[in-house]
Design a protein around this ligand. Structure first.
Ligand code: ADP
Ligand code: MG
Length: 310
């Protein structure tokens, strides 16, 4: 088995109610997530990310389809499949009367972790709540509560950790703490990480592999590297020293623009032209190059390209 998670033809239709029509949130999603990866599930609000995650967590009942977690079919081996996965949900769902230590102990109890195997202190340390271990949850800041949710997802030492929009609306410090921990869990324990986000930059920075979901459908799954490679567009910016002629000969397919500060901006496609050819043309026009840099497309471009018109 080399996949941590396998999903086949997964569908979810929420029943309508109070004058609302039923909502088809997942329209037959197939997904395979390799063991040991940091996997990003990317899509705009309402795409169906939380629905998918909550099905994995057992919080939402699927309409149809198959879910195999660490090789265990969710319907056939519910206990084993549940034990293999820890989910940090998007919504804060903490009992205000528990302390962090209490919440972690109760969660460990729910997962049947024997007292001697519990790692409560270690987890408190990891999420930076050792000094708040015995404070009531209602007295914790929003950031601390989110950290506690991460801790709760880890009590049974799952092979797969799922984070639903872990950094939506959190401050930079918490974001960094989360990413440091997530990387550590992935590298040191080989934990497979699945996270959802609508921040493209974050997915680009964190994830080895990405699936893009839109309107309940999976529209693309590939390595981050390949997804970025899909984009053929490139930009070269040259800051000339001294002046530059109004126009000059350029390789075919290259469009030149001029920024207000005098920098020359060349848009081209990798298939059609090269940086070298443009530099040659610039030098041939008698321009002295002060500074030069290229701009690569980012996931945002890929996303717009893949979802436009849908
Ligand atoms: P995402 O996490 O990508 O923002 P969600 O999975 O939360 O998307 O939602 C997908 C769609 O399903 C949205 O249109 C949302 O309004 C709808 N939806 C989510 N939860 C429910 C629910 N409990 N009842 C009815 N519709 C829901
Ligand atoms: Mg969501």
């Amino acid at each position: 088995m080399s996949n941590a998670l396998e999903i086949e033809a997964l569908r979810k239709t929420y029943a309508g109610g109070a004058g609302q029509p039923p909502k088809e949130a997942l329209k037959g999603v197939d997904l395979a997530i390799p063991q040991g990866s940091i996997f990003g599930l990317l899509g705009p609000n309402g795409a169906g990310k939380s629905t998918l995650i909550n099905i994995l967590a057992g919080l939402v009942i699927k309409t149809s389809g198959k879910v195999r977690i660490w090789g265990f079919d969710q319907d056939v081996n519910p206990r084993q499949s549940r034990a293999a996965i820890g989910v940090m949900p998007q919504e804060l769902n903490l009992d205000p009367f528990f302390t962090p230590r209490g919440a972690l102990e109760v969660q460990a109890g729910l997962y049947g972790v024997p007292k001697r195997d519990r790692r409560t202190d270690e987890i408190l340390e990891l999420i930076g709540l050792s000094d708040k271990a015995d404070a009531y949850a209602r007295t914790l800041s929003g950031g601390m509560r989110r950290r506690l949710l991460l801790g709760k997802a880890l009590v049974h030492d799952p092979q797969i950790l799922v984070l639903d929009e872990p950094t939506a609306g959190v401050d930079i410090e918490l974001r960094q703490m989360l990413w440091t921990n997530v990387r550590k869990l992935n590298e040191e324990r080989g934990m497979t990480i699945i996270l959802t986000t609508h921040y493209l930059e974050e997915a680009q920075e964190m994830c080895d592999e990405i699936a893009i979901i839109n309107h309940g459908e999976l529209i693309k799954q590939d390595t981050t590297k390949n997804l970025l490679g899909l984009m053929d567009a490139k930009t070269l910016v040259i800051e000339p020293e001294g002046g530059a002629p109004e126009s000059f000969a350029l390789p075919e397919g290259v469009k030149m623009g001029r920024r207000r500060d005098g920098a020359l901006v060349f848009d081209f496609s990798r298939g059609q032209a090269s940086v070298g050819a443009i530099l040659d043309a610039v030098k041939a026009a008698g321009i002295t190059i002060g500074d030069v840099r290229t701009m690569e497309p980012d996931l945002e471009d890929v996303f717009v390209e893949l979802t436009s018109g849908k």
